[in-house]
Design a protein around this ligand. Structure first.
Ligand code: ADP
Ligand code: MG
Length: 417
């Protein structure tokens, strides 16, 4: 059922407890923590502006990093409050604690339309434990609950689930922010009854990470295109040699049953016909994590068996062209997982070609294009195509779980319309 959104809320004079995702990358510069990328803050501005306009008293809660229940100064949200104030063009108050007297006093000082950011909620272990007493403390300042942190919605934490349950039990409303609402629309409603042909592109590292998504999407998609390291497990299952490629031998039965299901349902299920391989050569050096560093030499494209001493790193050009052609006639495209190890330019070509095809389908064929998954979004942004697709999910792990059809605790906690 559709969830209540901030647009449906009357918040004038009310204390709005707003969970946001301000887990921004930070770096220490000259003894100060500096924000490297403000995207996540910028993305929340429409929700904030709407609630300010509606006359709510905004109490923002977020986490930063993994302070593991300690007051870790480098993970303070204080710099975020300053940056948010600049971006919003109005002062943002900051409370040095997310619960207790400090937080309550700061909330009491709020006028209608004013904004307060509470300190890192993960300074308390009780947050991730969804401790009921801690949730009560947070909820003490909440009349209305709003969640705009889709990326944290797959975890039942105090600020994503506990507080909402308490507000709801008191008869208060719990709503999705604008960002959360868009995620639910595109990853949910759009894929429920997609315009056809519906083409799904799945890649990334592991079959085991994606099998639930594959299984669910087999029931909806017209075509599934497989790439990335995941493809090699499918190849292995079909008796092709995969050399040193990243494969999961324990997933070959799963891979075969996915192929069988595709056949049964009449889904066009495609595996790569060529692949880019290289030979790893041990340099004798170790990386920061103590793992051996390999040089990748003799980069070449092959079809068929991968030699014993070689490793596959991307779909080949022939596959990329074939996939691009299929994508170009799609009306709905969902992409999760890069087609290769795109972080290395020698293996980025296939991912970039697919990205371009998705953009072309969007712009020339009127397709709705949806990108889910942390690394897929990185790949699209790296190719500078982020603004040319219909929707890029901010959810990472949460997107994947949502696509699997799992009910996310942070979504379940919201009131129905
Ligand atoms: P997403 O975050 O979009 O869901 P994944 O996390 O499943 O995607 O996979 C992305 C990672 O998979 C990338 O870091 C990429 O380098 C890696 N990858 C893709 N193809 C290969 C390959 N052939 N060999 C090794 N790593 C690969
Ligand atoms: Mg990933």
């Amino acid at each position: 059922m559709a969830k209540l959104t901030v647009q449906d809320l009357d918040v004038r004079g009310k204390r709005v407890f707003l969970r946001v995702d301000y887990n921004v990358p930070m770096e220490e510069k000259e003894g100060k923590m500096v924000i490297n990328d403000v995207t996540r803050i910028v993305e929340t501005l429409p929700t904030l502006k709407l609630l300010i306009e509606k006359g709510g008293k905004l109490i923002l809660t977020a986490h930063l990093g993994r302070p593991k229940g300690k007051r870790e100064p480098s993970m303070s949200l204080a710099p975020v409050a300053v940056k948010l104030g600049e971006l919003l063009g109005k002062p943002v108050a900051f409370a040095t604690d997310c619960i207790g007297e400090v937080a309550e006093a700061a909330v009491a000082a709020l006028q209608d339309g004013e904004v307060l950011l509470l300190e890192n909620v993960r300074y308390y272990n009780e947050e991730e434990a969804n401790d009921p007493a801690f949730a009560e403390k947070l909820a003490k300042v909440a009349d209305v609950y709003v969640n705009d942190a889709f990326g944290a919605a797959h975890r039942a934490h105090a600020s994503t689930a506990g507080v909402a349950a308490i507000v709801a039990a008191r008869g208060g409303k719990c709503a999705a922010g604008l960002l959360m609402d868009r995620e639910l629309k595109f990853l949910g409603d759009e894929l429920e009854n997609p315009a056809r042909p519906f083409v799904v592109i799945l890649g990334g590292a592991k079959v085991s990470d994606k099998i639930k998504v594959i299984d669910r999407l087999l029931e909806k998609a017209d075509t599934i295109l497989i790439g990335g390291a995941m493809a090699y497990t499918f190849k292995l299952a079909n008796g092709v040699k995969t050399g040193k490629s990243l494969v999961e031998p324990d997933q070959t039965a799963t891979a075969l049953s996915a192929e069988a299901k595709a056949k049964k349902l009449g889904v066009n299920f495609q595996l790569p016909t060529d692949t880019i391989i290289a030979t790893p050569v041990d340099t004798g050096k170790l990386n920061k994590k103590g793992k051996p560093v390999y040089d990748l030499v003799n980069v070449r494209t092959i079809s068929g068996d991968i030699p014993d001493d070689a490793e596959g790193f991307s779909i080949g050009e022939e596959t990329a062209k074939h996939y691009a052609q299929i994508i170009s006639s799609a009306k709905t495209v969902l992409w999760n997982g890069p087609m290769g190890m795109f972080e290395d330019p020698r293996f980025a070509g296939g991912t970039n070609a697919v990205a371009l095809a998705v953009v072309e389908a969007t712009q020339n064929n009127g397709a709705v294009s949806i990108i889910g998954g942390g690394d897929s979004v990185k790949a699209i942004n790296k190719a500078k195509l982020g603004d040319k697709v219909t929707f890029m999910s901010t959810g990472g792990g949460a997107s994947l779980e949502f696509l699997e059809g799992t009910e996310l605790p942070g979504v379940a906690a919201l009131s129905d319309k």
